[in-house]
Design a protein around this ligand. Structure first.
Ligand code: GLN
Length: 485
């Protein structure tokens, strides 16, 4: 079955001319028509355009070009601007917004011959952990459609898990790639802050947002990161550092690797989930890695710190949506104030409004020192803890989430409980570090993720360690029931 092949295998067939990109694209479009109605993973389908891109990729292959992503179909999270295609960010505010240019991520993948099938559903403005805040309705988890897929890149995770595309892009501000990857049984990579350009990626919390990718294996993630990564003069926080050969990095041995077990990640973790992580550690030891316990004493501060910093930045970033320049405008405004108020009041959903209000509050005169400044200090402490840990170990390991996928509706009315889903992922964002989640087994028949976090720019090492894990296990090959053929 074509959709069960990894990117590398599909690329081999394309290179040997045993398969055309048009055939592969049509295969995925048929699967989308069959399965998406029950998953609601997409906002906009770009089928005609995809077939055109596929034909162009086939011509490039006929002309002798041969690169791994040439002619391989993907889906973009609807946070990435796509020239001439609606880019909604999961919001009513941008329901009618057709982007006039491409995000750098889109541009690079397009240049490499990627075929864009669709734009994926997501939490509104990437705020959420369950994909229930989207204006376009909740996304459903293919492992159990009564459950959430995680968020905010839930659509991207689901299309990868259900094999509706070979891979999908996502963004991770507080866990939005790793958490949904864990809950849907796929591989999710969040690169170092600054490794991949944020240009054309609709901003949520600019000091935390980072683009990354959902694939079914670490080896596939290496192929995609190779194209996405690199300096972009259009993003002032993009880092001008050479991009290593990630595919070559996969081959390094893990013998001698020093892995830190994060003590704080096990406090209160249910035994079945903890056992999966212990199994992974045992496997790494068998491969010759050394494992030691490390502690990040400030890590318990990460959720409260994030929920001050992220709303503060979002309140500023989202002030541009005023009913004048972009997107939704209310009907018949009576004056300018009315236009602002009703356009924003009607255009944004409840979670976005909650964040804007919180953010405005923590930045206001009189509260700034007590909240925002304090959060920035805590953020520094968390980053310092990671730095100290990386003097002892090459990477740290733990679960990606405390629990498997929960029921749709279970947490949406209780923001604090919802925010605690990100307890294991947020630290890496506050410190700007890369992280990867790979499937590592099941709790109550639902997939769980193993998370690896490394120092800045250690993507090669993370992919390498994840790849060796996947050479020894087959969790990443499992397919949700009903989506096999
Ligand atoms: N769940 C977190 C939030 O709601 C993280 C979101 C993200 O990474 N985009 O802010």
């Amino acid at each position: 079955m074509l959709h069960n092949l990894f990117i590398g295998e599909q690329a081999d067939l394309l290179a040997r001319r045993q398969l055309s990109s048009v055939e592969l694209t049509q295969h995925y479009l048929d699967r989308i028509a069959r399965f998406n109605p029950q998953l609601n993973a997409l906002i906009t389908l770009t089928a005609q355009r995809a077939l055109g891109e596929a034909a162009a990729a086939d011509r490039r292959r006929s002309a002798g070009e041969n690169s791994p992503l040439l002619g391989i179909p993907l889906i973009h999270k609807d946070i990435f601007c796509t020239d001439g295609v609606r880019t909604s960010c999961g919001s009513r505010m941008l329901d009618n917004f057709v982007a006039p240019y491409n995000a750098t991520v889109v541009e690079r993948l397009q240049g490499a011959g990627g075929v864009t099938l669709a734009k994926a559903n997501m939490d509104e403005f990437a705020m959420g952990s369950s994909n229930e805040t989207s204006y376009y309705g909740p996304v459903r988890n293919p492992w159990d459609t009564t459950r959430v897929p995680g968020g905010s890149s839930g659509g991207s995770a689901v299309v990868t898990a259900a094999r509706l595309a070979a891979y999908a892009t996502g963004t991770d501000t507080g866990g939005s790639i790793r958490q949904p990857a864990a809950l849907t049984g796929v591989t999710g990579l969040k690169p170092t802050y600054g490794r991949v350009s944020r240009f054309g990626m609709i901003a949520f919390a600019s000091s935390l947002d980072q683009a990354g990718v959902f694939t079914r294996s670490a080896a596939d993630a290496a192929l995609v990161l190779q194209v996405m990564a690199g300096f972009d003069p259009k993003d002032s926080t993009s880092v001008d550092q050479p991009v290593p050969d990630y595919h070559a990095a996969l081959q390094m041995p893990v013998k001698g690797l020093k892995i830190g077990l994060l003590k704080e990640f096990f406090d209160g973790l249910e035994p079945k989930a903890a056992a999966l992580i212990q199994d992974a550690l045992a496997l790494y030891r068998k491969l010759g890695a050394e494992t030691v316990e490390v502690s990040l004493p400030s890590l318990p501060l990460s959720v409260p710190t994030y929920y001050v910093v992220a709303p503060a930045e979002c309140s500023s970033n989202l002030s541009r949506f005023d009913g004048v320049r972009f997107g939704y405008r209310c009907a018949a405004p009576k004056d300018l104030m009315d236009l602002y108020k009703r356009s924003r009041g009607e255009g944004f959903g409840a979670e976005v409004k909650r964040r804007i209000m919180t953010g405005t509050y923590v930045l206001s005169a009189g509260y700034f020192d007590a909240y925002y400044l304090k959060a920035q200090k805590a953020r520094q402490k968390i980053a310092d803890d990671f730095k100290a840990a990386f003097t002892q170990v090459d990477l740290v390991i733990g679960p990606t989430t405390p629990t498997p996928a929960f029921a749709i509706g279970a947490k949406i009315d209780d923001p604090v409980t919802m925010y605690l889903n990100d307890i294991y992922t947020i630290g890496a964002n506050l410190a700007g570090l890369p992280g990867i989640s790979v499937p590592c087994g099941y709790v109550d028949s639902l997939p769980m993720g193993l998370q690896l976090i490394g120092p800045h720019f250690s993507e090669g090492r993370l992919l390498n360690a994840a790849h060796h894990y996947q050479l020894q296990t087959d969790w990443h090959r499992h397919i949700p029931r009903g989506y096999e053929s």
